[in-house]
Design a protein around this ligand. Structure first.
Ligand code: GRF
Length: 220
């Protein structure tokens, strides 16, 4: 099986790009990042592309159609089969999204469909949820919508601020996004009636409680 040719779209730090590049370097991985597109020239994530010798392009996202028109020939030239949005902070043109239907994935730092849009961790704290998390999903024109490939859950702790919660979520992002890419590259992921089916994958059987029952805190 030839490696799946992947383009990663970024806007900033690029830690998820770094995680994907690292995962693709593993011998067992059947994906290869062949093109990085950044909406910002000064995105620190571009350094990860340069260090890995991956072709990178900067396409300022002033206008959705202009961005799509500039990206399309590059995607063709590099024979890209899958687009991974990784901290790409712009809304894409809906025709572009439709053209890449089920071939473009996004990440979002919440348990979708909760807390779409900006500041998902802040929204989770404001809502007082006991668990927050992270979602990898196929992209649809509506923001942070689309069939869910995988999710990871982290507890919200009483003393969390936005930065602490974001850091806890980021650590699981760096595990789940490479896993989702590997499953797609192994052609084990398909969308059926707007739900994702994954061949030969298992789910955990253990439930997690938050708060936990702590004997030391029992009422005397
Ligand atoms: C991540 O938290 C991602 O979930 C969100 O933006 C952040 C990007 O981080 N969409 P990075 O640029 O990959 O480091």
């Amino acid at each position: 099986m030839t490696p799946l040719r992947v383009s990663v779209f970024i806007s900033g730090r690029g830690s998820n790009l770094q995680a994907l590049i690292g995962a693709c370097a593993a011998e067992a991985c059947r994906a290869e990042v062949v093109l990085v597109i950044s909406s910002h020239a000064e995105a620190p994530g571009l350094d990860f592309a340069a260090a890995a010798g991956i072709h990178a392009a900067v396409i300022p996202h002033r206008d959705q159609r202009a961005f799509a028109a500039a990206a399309e020939p590059l995607l063709l030239e590099h024979k890209v089969e899958l687009i991974c949005l990784a901290g790409f902070m712009r809304v894409l043109d809906s025709s572009f999204v439709e053209a890449w239907r089920d071939r473009m994935v996004n990440i979002h730092p919440s348990l979708l469909p909760a807390f779409r849009g900006l500041h998902a961790q802040r929204q989770a704290l404001a809502a007082g949820v006991r668990f927050a998390g992270y979602t990898v999903h196929f992209v649809r024109p509506e923001l942070d919508c689309g069939p869910i490939i995988g999710q990871a859950v982290v507890p919200v702790r009483a003393d969390d601020d936005e930065a602490a919660l974001a850091a806890r979520i980021l650590a699981v992002e760096h595990r789940l996004y490479p896993l989702a890419l590997r499953l797609i590259a192994e052609r084990r992921v398909r969308v059926v009636s707007e739900r994702v089916e994954i061949v030969s994958a298992t789910a955990p059987v253990v439930a997690t409680l938050n708060p936990q029952d702590c004997p030391g805190d029992a009422l005397a």
